[in-house]
Design a binder for this molecule. Structure first.
Ligand code: FES
Length: 166
């Protein structure tokens, strides 16, 4: 993984390809942030600055976009990111029980990353899947109608040797 704040040639190439879809470069802000996150796992201040320069927009404006869009991570995250819905439907259907089980299994609190660097647990607003509440998203895949037992099975799969790649 490229660790310096400057964007790699591949990142630049992918971001330029996104810019080509829009009349203004800054319109590719979200796609640009996604490209950076895909390559680095998260978006550091340095990367944000470099991306703002490439998109020819003020860094403060780009930061606003990154903050608004809750799937862009501004701090390092684990290999697997678990987004647990904490909006009303999921709350009524027992998301707190899921939260307890996740914290117990991973030895962390919401917002933290497990000691082995494998999992980050983040609360999130409605994932748009209320019919299947309570829900969560792991590595961009949504899971619904969850119970603590289903959480165990999901984590067992991810923690198994040779389990799903992130
Ligand atoms: S409230 Fe949880 S998915 Fe909508």
């Amino acid at each position: 993984m490229h660790l310096g704040p400057e964007l790699s040639p591949l990142e630049r190439q992918e971001i330029e390809a996104e810019c080509a879809h829009y009349p203004e470069r800054r319109a590719a802000a979200i796609e640009g942030l996604k490209v950076v996150q895909k390559h680095r796992g998260w978006v550091s201040d340095g990367s944000l600055q470099a991306l703002a320069e490439l998109l020819q927009m003020p860094v403060g404006e780009l930061e606003g976009v990154a903050t608004f869009y809750n799937l862009i991570f501004r701090q390092p995250v684990g290999r697997h990111v678990i987004l647990l819905c904490d909006s009303v439907c999921c709350w009524i259907k027992g998301r707190d029980d899921l939260n307890r089980r996740l914290c117990q299994r991973l030895g962390i609190k919401p917002g933290e990353t497990s000691a082995d660097g494998q999992f980050t647990l983040l609360p999130t607003v409605c994932l748009g899947d209320c019919d299947r509440a309570p829900t969560l998203m792991i590595d961009h895949q949504q899971h619904g109608n969850l119970t603590p037992e289903k959480i165990d099975r999901l984590l067992d799969q991810l923690q198994a040797p040779g389990g799903e790649d992130g």
